[in-house]
Design a protein around this ligand. Structure first.
Ligand code: UDP
Ligand code: MG
Length: 346
């Protein structure tokens, strides 16, 4: 980890989380470098003479505990290109944390671009992101107009997730069909890095921070190599993360549901009591009894489950562990060096 030094800080940083991407990285970096070298200086950075110099840039690759030769591949690339910086995490922490580690280490003074390594976010779109950037916005998001190479179920679940989030996410509006691929200002990145929660849903955090944003459209390319590391199970986890990190509405729904069912049960009970008083008790009712018991048990289990999701998150947050560990000897930025203690023994 290099210390940010204003004199050396590049104008732009590109943050790339990588997990088992050895086959794609050389091609990815070739395309990324071509785009970054061709970028004109954003207007705010142009010098007084208005000269447009290619901005100095850096690519911060975060090796997220890859099991293949990703790290070796990055080291080889870094020998040839001084723009590359490598942050290697001590194990696989997941994309959201890898991204945070990259943002922590990005030294850009002007703006930071977040992109996946798998070429699904074409690096060429960075030129469009930079072109759409103006001083009055802090984020330029890239919104997918197509999701080539993804199955119908995958598209449908993504569609449902974004719509559910829009309804449940209260005041934090997460733009639909927008991944992490975006350009953010230094100001926004600094604000984002103040949020050190363990359960990180980056798209939600980007939206929580706020600041003006703009969206451009792009075609999401199919993955040229490897497979998505997000199984349906991990997508489900991410969706639960997204919802529980940004909304307590599921808790309110369970309260409402409990209330409604109690009301129905009371009415039903009154009806049964009335019927018994009027017509006697023919010892029927086993099916209805079972139905009610099973239904109520189901609702109770579901409600306990929902509460459990939140309690689990509270548990994880209270442990206050660092978000990640790198294999470099330097401390992660979030753990400040302790002040030397004054000797109290006199
Ligand atoms: N990734 C990561 N850690 C993980 C899983 C994925 O850093 O545990 C990276 C991966 O290398 C890629 C990006 O996150 O650059 C997106 O991953 P993937 O393509 O698997 O996700 P999808 O495109 O399906 O959302
Ligand atoms: Mg992908």
């Amino acid at each position: 980890m290099n210390d940010p030094s204003p004199a050396l800080s590049p104008a732009l940083s590109v943050v790339i989380p990588c997990h088992n991407e050895q086959d794609i990285l050389p091609e990815f970096h070739r395309r990324l470098a071509a785009v970054m070298n061709s970028l004109a200086t954003p207007p705010a950075m142009a010098d007084s003479a208005g000269k447009t110099q290619p901005p100095p840039w850096e690519a911060v690759y975060v090796n997220d505990g890859s099991h293949d030769l990703t790290l070796a591949c990055l080291n080889t690339l870094a020998e040839r290109d001084s723009h590359i910086r490598i942050i290697s995490l001590s194990r696989n922490f997941g994309k959201e944390i890898a991204l945070t580690a990259g943002l922590d280490h990005a030294r850009a003074t002007h703006s930071i671009i977040v992109i996946d390594a798998d070429l699904q976010d074409p690096p060429e779109v960075i030129a469009q992101l930079a072109a759409a950037w103006t001083a009055d916005v802090d984020t330029v998001c890239a919104r997918r107009s197509t999701r080539a190479g993804e199955t119908i179920t995958r598209r449908l679940t993504a569609w449902m997730f974004y719509r559910a989030m829009a309804r449940l996410g209260s005041r934090v509006i997460i733009p639909p069909d927008t991944g992490d691929f975006r350009l953010i200002s230094r100001r926004l990145a600094d604000s984002l890095l103040l949020l050190r929660e363990r359960h990180r849903f980056m798209k939600g955090l980007f939206a929580w921070v706020g600041f003006p944003s703009r969206t451009i459209m792009y075609d999401r390319a199919p993955r040229p190599d490897g497979t998505s590391s997000f199984s349906y199970r991990s997508l489900w986890t991410l969706a639960v993360e997204g919802i529980t990190s940004f909304s307590v509405i599921p808790l309110q729904i369970s309260t409402g549901l409990g209330f409604l069912i109690s009301l129905l049960a009371m009415t039903y009970g009154a009806w049964i009591a009335g019927r018994t008083l009027l017509f006697g008790n023919p010892v029927a009712g086993y099916p209805s009894l079972m139905t009610v018991i099973l239904f109520l048990s189901g609702v109770q289990l579901m409600t306990i489950g929902i509460i459990g999701e939140y309690v689990g998150r509270i548990f994880n947050e209270t442990k206050q562990r660092p978000l990640y560990l790198t294999d470099s000897p330097t401390r992660p930025p979030e753990t400040p060096l302790r002040q030397p203690e004054t000797d109290s023994i006199t």
